[in-house]
Ligand binder design. Structure first.
Ligand code: CA
Length: 229
């Protein structure tokens, strides 16, 4: 995703930029409302993350101006203003979502992705392989007769595998994409996490048509049962 972040606090801007960057997204940062509007009018962004308390022009003003100009780019408000009144005002002037500070960058990414997917007309808020469904907002995996909540790492691991079924991922690839580390830490964190996810998926059901398969000496893949691909 191409993301515009309008945020005056450098610390938060760095944190968001880093988080989105690690997940493969590109963030442009505007430090005040006026510069935010200039950026949006000059370039296409998939999603805008907008602080409310901003110098020069505040977030509500930015959003109003944006919507009046006919733009329907999804906007997520990211604000320390958490009162219902502030949230409702945000939605009233055209926000698509509202994330209160303090926040988890993973949640911000997930919410932004849902908005972008919805706009693209797809239903990427859910990812499905065989009888297994991954809910990107609730961060849980579900099947016919059950579901399990996932930790952040477990979720990212499962998302990676489910996005490309049958594709074999090496431990290094998984470490880079799920833990954001580009070296081999000489531990078995990947294997431990895979085992945990498998155990969760087995709880309450014996079969949903898919397994996480260990590929000896290489890594893991999500395999549809019955396919020998
Ligand atoms: Ca602010």
């Amino acid at each position: 995703m191409k993301v515009l972040l309008v945020e005056d606090e450098q610390r938060i801007a760095d944190f968001v930029t880093k988080g989105f960057g690690a997940a493969g997204h590109q963030v442009t940062h505007a430090p005040d409302g006026e510069q935010g509007l200039q950026r949006i009018s000059g370039e296409h962004y998939d999603v805008v993350i907008l602080d409310l308390m901003l110098p020069v022009k505040d977030g509500i003003e930015v959003l109003q101006t944006l919507r009046q100009s006919g733009s329907s780019t999804p906007v997520v408000i990211l604000s320390a203003k958490v009162e219902l009144e502030d949230r409702l005002r945000g939605f009233e002037v055209g926000a698509d979502d509202y994330v209160p500070k303090p926040f988890f960058v993973e949640e911000l990414i997930a919410r932004a992705q849902v908005l972008v997917a919805r706009r693209d007309g797809t239903t990427a808020s859910n990812l499905q392989v065989g009888g297994l469904k991954l809910d990107r907002v609730k961060r849980e995996v579900s099947w016919d007769d059950g579901s399990a909540a996932l930790s952040t790492r477990e979720y990212r691991l499962l998302e990676l595998l489910m996005r490309s079924p049958d594709n074999i991922f090496s431990r290094q690839q998984i470490l880079r994409q799920v833990w954001d580390i580009g070296f081999d830490p000489q531990t078995n964190v990947v294997d431990v996490c895979v085992q945990r996810v498998k155990r969760k998926m087995e709880a309450g059901t014996e079969l949903h048509g898919v397994t996480i398969e260990s590929v000896r000496g290489v890594g893991y893949r999500m395999k549809l049962q019955g396919s020998d691909a």
